[in-house]
Design a protein around this ligand. Structure first.
Ligand code: 6PG
Length: 228
């Protein structure tokens, strides 16, 4: 795992976007998009690169169990920041009022496996919550213990009393490149503890078992408690 410190969120976003654009220049890639607010500038910065969107398939590292046009939908939020030319490249989980989130996750997982015949997602973008969750793998939630043969599951988040769809630890272990975007001083303590502290305290620490390249892109505020 690498920790790459950037002066601020905009510099971090430009670095993340150029990493993805460089990968896309090497041939077709898939990119899992994180939700929340941190990745927005990165999605906007992708619009400033020369990325060929025909070479990119986008999917969602996690999604809220809400209609696609709901303001809190991660897919909607990503599309609001991505360039218009990326809009047709995003595969979103099915949502309907009568569909069970677990069934939607099974269907989405089949789509993900179909675009990853080698079993290795190319790039997965993640964020980190101030409780150390990532995607919708929240502390003490069932999805943390999803079977190794699952890539995407429904997860009830008791602390929020909501259903989410999320990547599993197995998918994150298999990813070729994981970019974790963390900004803000409110996450500094958890980030330092997650990176340097004992294992098993935070869901984000499951990335320690990743087979691929894991890079934390952080701003100086989030890096404040890291050893210098
Ligand atoms: C979500 C995200 C979640 C997010 C963290 C950080 O659906 O909310 O996927 O894991 O990455 O909660 O959120 P911020 O970037 O808004 O701090």
């Amino acid at each position: 795992m690498q920790v790459l410190v950037h002066p601020d969120g905009e510099a971090l976003a430009r670095a993340a976007a150029s990493t993805i654009a460089e990968r896309a220049a090497g041939g077709p890639i898939t990119v899992g998009l994180a939700g929340g607010s941190t990745p927005g500038p990165t999605y906007a910065a992708l619009g400033e690169t020369d990325i060929d969107w025909e070479a990119v398939t986008l999917w969602l590292s996690d999604e809220r169990w809400v209609p696609h046009d709901a303001p809190e939908s991660n897919g909607r939020k990503a599309l609001e920041r991505l360039p218009a030319s990326a809009a047709g490249r995003l595969i979103r989980p099915r949502f309907t009022a009568y569909l069970d989130p677990a069934d939607s996750a099974v269907h989405y997982e089949a789509q993900l496996r179909a675009i990853h015949p080698d079993g290795r997602p190319d790039v997965v973008i993640l964020g980190m919550g101030s409780d150390g969750h990532t995607a919708s793998l929240f502390p003490s939630s069932e999805a943390l213990h999803a079977p190794d043969n699952r890539w995407y599951v429904a997860n009830h988040v008791a602390s929020l009393d909501v259903w989410r769809l999320t990547v599993t630890p197995a998918l994150l272990r298999a990813a070729d490149l994981v970019l974790v975007l963390v900004t803000g001083g409110d996450k500094a303590g958890v980030l330092a503890d997650a990176i340097n502290g004992p294992d098993g305290r935070y869901p984000i620490q499951l990335l320690r078992n990743s087979e691929g390249d894991v890079r934390f892109l952080v701003d100086e505020a989030a890096a404040a408690a890291l050893p210098t």
